[in-house]
Ligand binder design. Structure first.
Ligand SMILES: *Cc1c(COP(=O)(O)O)cnc(C)c1O
Length: 413
């Protein structure tokens, strides 16, 4: 094999307006090219401490246990589930999209007894529906998705923490798609564990998953591990049957690695940590609330433009996430032809959805670095031109005009 046949990496310029990943902020990419450090270098451990502090603010919590899992968002989900669940535990999963099914799938691998409640895609649950299910199932854990990008819906969480306390249930949520672009109040809402990822509203590159654990959740995880280790020592055997099956995602060990003793576990992914630190720093520099308002504004402008083309928005608009828009694909248009034209002729990526919505709904994201006016205007202009070329006639310029109006009204208010 002659390595000369491979050219230098030189990817095409794309504007990533799908449901994630999105274009990383150039400042994040610059941070990720900084020189490497050894994992016990005081400069490195100082950066780890800073990351913990920054993400406490991003998650809106004082949780001591706020750290990064190396791996994509799914790694954060899996670390929490595999560390908190033991075979036979009852968990309840309210499913309103693809990522609810993912929680079920991971929980089943942990040999949980998985109980599901479902609602049609495009809707969310009322707190009463969730409380009723908790009373019926009596789970140890409630596993939820905050914003499910597959349906663009955002599950209200304000009341769920109190419900979980009343019934002595630990409360987890996957905030991968919402953190930074929608309100996420870890402490105020009483959430015991939250996980996220970099490539959505945080404006970074996939590869690290920030998580935060309440004192109660951390104790719960530690207690189980100590009991298991005790059993293993007492039996003088391997104890494979009792101890959690993952080393990499064993949060008791990961917490000790990030804790003051820095007990060796894995080698923290240095470059990814620089990126995650810069994402949080940029968000807090802008202001968390200001960033969320920005996501709302550009999401509203996009929606207004799409509606002005005569296209229909998917789902219950009262519960739509700020940062992703679902659009019913008109029968006269072919999903893939339109997305290919957008990509090949304009360099713009938009997405379709999964399962029952595949080929029926487009998803356009306005998140992180791409929650910007120029991104919205370019995407509307390109989509309008594309669908007109494929026979779906719109009033020329109406989409842009409508989006401009949203921006003008915002400026006045
Ligand atoms: C995008 C998304 C993920 C993605 O997981 P990765 O491992 O980073 O691909 C997980 N959960 C939700 C709700 C998402 O929207």
């Amino acid at each position: 094999m002659n390595a000369h046949i491979f050219s230098q990496i030189n990817p095409p310029q794309r504007l990533l307006m799908g449901p994630g990943p999105i274009n990383a902020d150039p400042r994040v990419l610059r941070a990720m090219s900084a020189p490497l450090l050894g994992q016990y270098d005081p400069a490195m451990t100082a950066y780890m401490n800073e990351v913990m502090m920054l993400y406490r603010s991003v998650f809106r919590t004082n949780n001591d246990r706020t750290l990064l899992i190396n791996g994509t968002s799914r790694a954060g989900i899996e670390a929490i589930l595999v560390s908190a669940i033991r075979p036979g535990d009852k968990v309840l999963v309210p499913v309103f999209g693809r990522f609810g099914h993912l929680l079920c799938e991971i929980a089943r691998r942990c040999q949980a007894e998985v109980h599901i409640i479902e609602t049609p895609w495009g809707t969310v649950f009322t707190p009463d529906q969730i409380e009723d299910a908790i009373k019926r199932v009596r789970p140890t854990l409630l596993l939820t998705v905050h914003g499910d990008t597959s349906t663009t819906m955002r599950q209200p969480m304000e009341e769920l923490g109190a419900i979980c306390r009343r019934h002595n249930v630990l409360f987890y949520t996957d905030a991968t798609a919402t953190l930074g672009g929608n309100i996420v109040e870890t402490e105020l809402w009483g959430i015991d564990a939250v996980s996220a990822g970099m490539q959505k509203c945080l404006g970074g590159s996939a590869g690290t998953s920030p998580i935060t654990l309440s004192e109660q959740m951390a104790d719960y995880i530690y207690r189980r591990r100590h009991v298991e280790e005790g059993i293993r020592d007492a039996l003088h055997q391997d104890g494979e049957e009792t101890i959690i099956s993952s080393n990499y995602f064993d949060l008791a060990m990961v917490m000790d690695y990030w804790g003051s003793e820095r007990l060796n576990h894995h080698t923290e992914a240095t470059t990814a940590l620089y990126g995650a630190r810069e994402c949080a720093r940029l968000i807090l520099q802008e202001g968390l609330n200001e960033g969320i308002a920005r996501h709302k504004l550009h999401g509203d402008a996009l929606r207004s433009g799409i509606e002005a083309m005569g296209l229909e928005i998917f789902g219950d608009l009262q519960h739509k996430m700020n940062n992703v828009l679902g659009i019913h694909i008109p029968d006269s248009l072919h999903d893939q032809q339109i997305r290919e034209c957008m990509l090949n002729d304009f360099g713009i990526e938009i997405g379709t959805s999964f399962g029952p919505l595949k080929g029926k709904v487009w998803r356009i994201g306005t998140m992180g670095y791409n929650a910007r006016k120029d991104c919205v205007m370019q995407t509307l202009a390109a989509l309008e031109a594309t669908i007109n070329r494929h026979g779906y006639k719109t009033i020329q310029g109406a989409a842009m005009e409508s989006a401009w109006r949203v921006y003008d009204n915002h400026k006045k208010s």
